[in-house]
Design a binder for this molecule. Structure first.
Ligand code: TXD
Length: 314
């Protein structure tokens, strides 16, 4: 049975994720945006590349939510990026309104789907979607850890001059400066990186990972990263659709795991046909646990702001 995937938001991350999902033949895709013509143009352009690249699935551009009906997976990348002079609160309020509206459409047209949220501020936006949908927690998740971890892996590979493929790493916590990269759980073909790099170097790579998003923004000047984010989305969707059961850091609603409750935060998760099937609980040391708690407290505050926005715009 061909699967159906819908991408809400046909901007940079949306289109790159779709391109990667087509290349991996994950399913037929609906690419939806508020801008008329643009998603149709991008989808047509991708269809025209199919004979050259050899994939058998199509994306369809749309401005109409009826087209997402009965999707197996829905991804949300729609929203605004922060512009100069705009505070974080302004962005939270603007994207809250956009994301809440989108979640209502998903609930109406794709009530059996797995939903992956990408829009920033990530953990607050996935919380917003979760509240509107009322789905079981294994069906609503956020993408961020997959991106932060691939950045950490890439930096380790570059430092050591080894294949990025052989580098594994875990990054937990919220998306942003308070993320929690975990060098103790990073390895090169099973060799702990603590055997290969000194503490000073590891600290430098951890810091670069924390600031990874900002580094790209300051180079690009207009907009933020989209190659690695698009690939990270595709990898998560692939693990769900093919029931690969890959272990990927994913923002999920914790219910007591790690001693944290009612907060969306990045933790290692088994992704398979049941969505976020299983949370892996690592035995964190005191320092790691303290960093994760700080991350969770930060998200909790944002969630309280979201609760206020639900009341304000009831
Ligand atoms: O790790 C992560 N989670 C992230 C998050 C990694 C990279 C990007 N991250 C965030 O994703 C970023 O801060 C943004 O909030 C989103 C999307 O980033 P992108 O770079 O794709 O932004 P664009 O290119 O501006 O695309 C946004 C699209 C654009 O085409 C708008 O027309 C559309 O969203 N948009 C809408 N579509 C549908 N419906 C509504 N209401 C709507 N509003 C805007």
């Amino acid at each position: 049975m061909r699967k159906k995937i819908s991408m809400i938001g046909a901007g940079h991350v949306g289109e790159h994720a779709v391109k990667e999902m087509l290349a991996r033949e994950l399913g037929d895709i609906v690419l939806l945006d508020i801008v008329e013509g643009m998603p149709q143009g991008k989808a047509l352009d991708m269809a025209e590349a199919a004979p050259l690249l050899g994939y058998s699935y199509f994306a369809k551009g749309s401005n109409n939510y009826e087209d997402i009906a009965d999707s197996d997976v829905v991804i949300v990348t729609a929203g605004l990026a922060r512009k100069p002079g705009m505070s974080r609160e302004d962005l939270l309020e603007k994207n809250f309104k956009i994301i809440r509206g989108i979640a209502e459409q998903i609930k109406k047209y794709a009530p059996n789907s797995y939903v992956i949220v990408v829009t920033n501020p990530l953990d607050a936006m996935v919380y917003t979607v979760y509240k509107v949908l009322g789905f079981e927690r294994n069906r609503v998740m956020g993408m961020a850890g997959a991106l932060d971890a691939t950045r950490f892996r890439a930096f380790i590979a570059m430092e050591l001059g080894v294949s990025p493929e052989d580098v594994q790493a875990m990054v937990m916590g919220t998306h942003g400066d308070l993320m929690v990269p975990l060098p103790r759980f990073a390895s090169v073909s099973g060799i702990p990186i603590t055997e290969l790099l000194d503490k000073e170097t590891i600290d430098r790579l951890v810091e670069r990972t924390r600031k990874g998003g900002g580094e790209i923004v300051s180079l690009l000047k207009t907009g933020s990263a989209y190659y690695a984010p698009g690939a990270a989305v595709a990898i998560m969707v692939e693990s769900i659709i093919k029931d690969k059961k890959r272990v990927i850091p994913t923002s999920v609603y914790l219910n007591g795991e790690y001693g944290i409750k009612d907060v969306f935060i990045g933790v290692p998760v088994v992704l398979g046909e049941g969505g976020a099937e299983k949370i892996i609980e690592l035995d964190l040391n005191d320092e790691e646990m303290a960093a994760l708690r700080t991350s969770a407290e930060h998200v909790k505050k944002l969630e309280e702001e979201v609760d206020e926005l639900f009341k304000k715009f009831a």
